[in-house]
Design a protein around this ligand. Structure first.
Ligand SMILES: O=C(CO)COP(=O)(O)O
Length: 250
């Protein structure tokens, strides 16, 4: 089965609304590639102006986070309904930075994943090991656990449409990209885990990205791996380099 690659930027806490519009205008001509899905996940305050700036282009705008309640007394949070109303189709869930700085757990990730599906938003579910865990040889066990909990009560039909981002924490923002072998090994293990939870058809349909210091130089080899269906790109998505990453196959 051939899966369409999905190449997504994660802007993290960068870009004011006016900077966001300017960057999208710069990226527009650089990220044209019909063979891949192109997505920019941007800060909540940038979503509406970014949608407007990206109108009529192949750039889709996603969110970086979402709460698992619909509305109410949750100061500072963004609800799934708000994202849907703004036209958002993808949301990053459980990025390692949210787990580390905002106390997200596998359980809250699962609640958010279920809520996103309930509202027709595709979650980009993040997983990844620390350097210590890699050195201890527990990478695969750790990630299998993250995946199993994230997908609790998710149906096979929903799971087929999900995106998983494998992001080794030691490779994020460090310039230390995982080797293609390391990235492929874990992405294959994630697909095997999905196959165990559901079935082969679900595992064959789900898209798995690699993230962690992806650059124009490393993208072609990474994205050519059998189980890597694109990337979740941090730093390089804030620069024209993102165009070269999107066009990794040209
Ligand atoms: O965390 C990341 C994307 O979600 C990766 O960030 P970098 O590409 O800056 O390493």
């Amino acid at each position: 089965m051939s899966r369409k690659k999905i190449i997504a930027g994660n802007w993290k806490m960068n870009m004011t609304p006016s900077e966001a519009v300017a960057l999208i205008n710069t990226l527009k001509p650089l990220v044209q590639n019909d063979e891949v899905d192109v997505l920019l996940c941007v800060p909540a305050i940038d979503i509406i102006p970014a949608m407007e700036a990206a109108k009529g282009t192949n750039i889709q705008i996603g969110a970086e986070n979402m709460y698992f309640e619909e509305k109410g007394a949750y100061t500072g949070e963004i609800s799934p309904n708000m994202l849907v109303d703004a036209g958002v189709k993808y949301v990053i869930i459980g990025h390692s930075e949210r787990r580390e700085y905002f106390a997200e757990t596998n359980e809250t990730v699962n609640k958010k994943v279920l809520k996103a599906f309930e509202h027709g938003i595709t979650p980009i579910i993040c997983c990844g090991e620390s350097l210590t865990q890699r050195e201890q040889g527990i990478t695969i066990d750790w990630i299998r656990q993250q995946i199993k909990v994230a997908f609790l009560n998710v149906t096979a039909d929903q799971a087929k449409t999900a995106v998983i981002a494998y992001e080794p924490i030691w490779a994020i923002g460090t310039g230390k990209v995982a080797t293609t072998e390391q990235a492929q090994e874990v992405c294959a293990a994630i697909r095997a885990c999905i196959s165990e939870i559901y079935d082969e058809a679900t595992a064959a349909a789900i898209r798995i990205q690699y993230g962690g210091s992806v650059s124009a130089a490393s993208a072609p080899e990474l994205f050519a791996q059998a189980d890597i269906d694109g990337g979740l790109v941090g730093g390089a998505s804030l620069k024209p380099d993102f165009g070269a990453i999107v066009n990794y196959n040209k």
